[in-house]
Design a protein around this ligand. Structure first.
Ligand code: ADP
Length: 434
């Protein structure tokens, strides 16, 4: 209330009291006249209050009723406040409508979930891609609607750096990619893209590599067979041809290794998880790999030691784990100079199970480490071709670990040696009672 209104109110009250006192002087009943005067004034105010109440309750959108004095001012202020709020609400609604229109036009599904993973809002594409129904599914848990166990596992894990690819729950031929972002009070924003086309191209690439590798195998076996026969009858061969034949046989062997590795990679890529999931006795597996490594080292005199927890097993495919671990151990032999040391360790702690292969070999420059598991990536191609490597070994290791929910850590110092460590989560390990 500004000072003008306060003055007017005081003046009016004084006028009323003055009038009443004058009347009281004339009639002699001061108290009664004053009481009647003040009661009338109070009734008038109550009447104005009632008008305000009726207006707000019955016709708040209509202009306010005429008010006298301060009450008129109150009516007008409330009316202006209401109009201002209405305009702000209209502007907000327009923004919401535009956002909804633009997300409705998106080909990708946009879904908002609360902190428990219950559906709060989604756009039209979510209905076609995931089969969500408006409004029945509102408040439903997303894992009830996307029933693939991999989705539940991904959602519950809470780390969403990598997107998740799954078949669509409404059409098994379509492939969807799920991206989740957390915002606000642990609410989730989920974006779902149709990646069927990319998936098909990727599948074509895998099939092509697998088919070519498979088709090349037979001619190569024939060529290698003839070369072997020729070299077995070395006396019948012109001596000038001996060295070329030997080189042909050696390169044929390399090609065969390459094809075997490519076929193994294609097989690993064909499914997400190994078909068998039995507890594998890693200590025995490592013992046999160690013996093979010792044979590979031959007279190069590597000192290979093994320290393995005999009570600790790992769930998975023995054949796949053998190929991954032997790749690491054989690499250590290949890239460690004669008489070098190689230590293999298999143990478990609170974080899970671990396998480390440590060597005192050539080591790798830090800049190469992030790319080592790429196919055909080699630190030094001349060095690798001498060792008969295919450049696919670490790619196989990475794939096998992924399929066993594990990851590979590489630490190395040039000239000092390298340590390749496979980390597996606790859920993959089985402890035999001691
Ligand atoms: P390759 O068949 O050539 O050995 P890998 O994928 O097994 O292919 O390894 C990729 C590259 O990583 C190798 O060419 C080699 O340069 C490097 N590398 C792998 N293991 C070791 C190691 N223990 N010490 C040094 N370098 C290594």
């Amino acid at each position: 209330m500004n000072n003008n209104w306060r003055g007017a109110l005081v003046r009016r009250l004084l006028l009323l009291v003055g009038g009443c006192l004058l009347l009281g002087l004339l009639t002699g009943a001061y108290a009664w006249i004053l009481a009647i005067g003040l009661a009338t004034y109070l009734c008038w105010h109550l009447g104005q209050l009632l008008r305000l109440h009726r207006w707000l309750k019955e016709q708040p959108d209509e202009p306010p009723p005429d008010g006298y004095g301060l009450w008129g001012e109150v009516f007008d202020s409330i009316y202006h406040l209401q109009r201002r709020n209405e305009k702000a609400r209209g502007r907000l609604q327009a923004v919401i409508d535009r956002v909804q229109e633009s997300t409705a036009a998106l080909k990708d599904a946009v879904i908002m979930l609360d902190s428990q993973g219950n559906l709060e809002w989604w756009n039209r594409a979510a209905e076609t891609l995931l089969g969500l129904k408006t409004p029945q599914d509102s408040g439903q848990s997303i894992s009830n609607l996307v029933r693939d166990p991999r989705f539940k596992e991904y959602f519950d894990k809470g780390s969403y750096q990598e997107p998740l690819d799954l078949p669509s729950p409404v059409n098994g031929n379509r492939r969807l990619q799920f991206h989740i972002t957390q915002y606000g009070n642990r609410e989730h924003l989920m974006l779902v893209r149709d990646v069927t086309r990319i998936h098909q191209l990727e599948q074509m690439r895998k099939d092509f590599v697998a088919n070519v590798s498979h088709e090349l195998r037979t001619p190569l076996t024939v060529i290698s067979g003839y070369l072997e026969t020729l070299l077995d009858n070395v006396e019948a061969v012109n001596p000038r041809w001996l060295r070329p034949l030997q080189q042909m046989q050696q390169q044929g062997g390399r090609m065969q290794n390459l094809l075997n590795d490519l076929l193994l990679l294609a097989k690993l890529e064909a499914t997400d998880y190994p078909s068998d999931n039995h507890p594998v006795a890693i200590d025995l597996l490592l013992l046999s790999i160690k013996n093979d490594a010792q044979a590979l080292s031959g007279d190069r005199g590597h000192r290979i030691s093994l320290e393995a927890d005999a009570h600790l097993k790992l769930k998975g495919s023995e054949a796949e784990l053998r190929s991954a671990f032997s790749n690491l151990v054989f690499n250590a032999v290949k890239y460690t100079p004669d008489e070098g040391q190689i230590h293999i360790r298999w143990w478990a702690d609170e974080q899970g199970a671990h396998l480390a292969v440590q060597d005192s070999g050539l080591g790798i420059e830090a800049k190469h480490l992030p790319r080592l598991t790429e196919r055909f990536y080699r630190v030094d191609s001349s060095r690798a071709s001498n060792t008969g490597g295919t450049g696919l070994g670490l790619a196989i290791v990475k794939h096998v670990l992924l399929r066993h929910r594990g990851r590979l850590e590489i630490s190395s110092r040039l000239g000092k040696g390298s340590t390749f460590t496979c980390h597996f989560p606790g859920s993959q390990m089985v402890r035999r009672p001691q």
